[in-house]
Write a protein that binds this ligand. Structure first.
Ligand code: NDP
Length: 291
């Protein structure tokens, strides 16, 4: 039988999570700081609680989805005693250290704690494309899997409660840098009268093909062996120099491309010109000592 679940925070994401729980047949209690955001949920069968404390008193699983770390602590800290013996799943975007801090607080109060990073927009919640990266208490993850599966594809990455958030932000960082690269290409073509849509038609298949090389590149990074016969860093430096000159000729600002050029320069200046392009990962973060 589906267990009673409480959702704290009825922003766009909290409402989507509560809807998924109701659709899955869970008795669902909802609370939001500003009243009135639960009308549709109540119509769909949710129970509205007047206070956060009353909301969590009836649930063994409490899903928290608020703005940020500060709002989470402002809401849950006063509930510590009521939450004892229950499970808190925090789906608010916080940094890894903030997640660890909340996990420590939960541990001190006898609360099982799972932290999750939502890799989806609210409209995707409930579909397999919505991945949620969890970390923290694995027993709680296993126990509450049936409810968590209602949000999308649930994955538990490890016991460190900060790991989900770390992956979340690493994925977002990769996404933003890739999108910025697309914007740079768009800016280069714009003065020539090429629309963003025309460029999109070419850049999507190009990047899709290039992304297929990522696993082989990752294997190079993991091996630590950057010897290469093709496209070494001297070659890459010449390529980046030409791309930067072409960008200037086109009148595009260099905010996006210049840091990439300088990263390549650093490799060559440190004597790695004959090594593979992927060597720049060593500059961004040295490999941890092998055990
Ligand atoms: P919204 O801005 O729609 O909602 C924010 C929620 O936080 C509201 O319920 C708001 O309550 C509440 N809140 C803010 N400050 C406080 C506070 N001090 N005390 C109590 N409640 C507070 O955000 P979303 O629902 O979109 O996002 C929620 C979380 O989910 C964020 O951490 C976000 O990063 C994450 N997320 C969102 C995604 C998205 O696409 N929307 C994607 C992935 C993650 P009130 O109504 O009273 O203002």
């Amino acid at each position: 039988r589906p267990i009673p679940v409480t959702v704290l925070g009825l922003g766009a994401m909290g409402r989507a999570l509560a809807t998924a729980l109701l659709d899955g047949g869970h008795p669902t209690t909802v609370w939001n700081r500003t009243p009135g955001r639960d009308t549709q949920l109540v119509d769909a069968g949710a129970k509205s609680a007047a206070t956060a404390d009353a909301a969590v008193a009836s649930a063994s699983l409490v899903v928290v989805c608020l703005l940020d770390h500060a709002s989470v602590r402002a809401v849950v800290d006063p509930l510590a005693e009521t939450l004892r013996g229950r499970t808190v799943v925090n789906l608010t975007s916080t940094t890894p250290n903030e997640a660890r801090e909340t996990a420590e607080w939960a541990h001190r109060h006898g609360i099982a704690y799972l932290d999750g990073g939502i890799m989806a927009v609210p409209e995707m919640i409930g579909q397999p494309e919505a991945t949620i990266l969890y970390s923290g208490d694995e027993t709680a993850f296993t126990e509450h899997r049936p409810a968590l599966d209602l949000f999308g594809s649930a994955e538990h990455l490890g016991a460190d409660p900060g790991l989900g958030a770390l992956y979340d932000f690493a994925l977002l960082a990769a996404m933003y840098v890739m999108f910025a690269g697309v914007f740079h290409g768009t800016a280069m073509l714009r003065p020539a009268g090429v629309s963003a849509t025309e460029f999109a038609n070419r850049v999507v298949p190009w990047l899709t093909a290039m992304l297929q090389t990522v696993p082989a590149q990752a294997a190079t990074v993991d091996s630590g062996d950057y010897s290469t016969e093709v496209q070494d860093l001297d070659f890459t430096k010449a390529a980046l120099d030409a791309i930067v000159r072409a960008s200037s000729e086109a009148g595009a600002e260099l905010d996006v491309i210049a840091p990439i050029q300088s990263l390549v320069y650093r490799q060559v200046m440190a004597g790695h010109g004959a090594e593979a392009f992927q060597r720049m990962v060593e500059t961004l973060a040295p490999a941890p000592a092998r055990v």
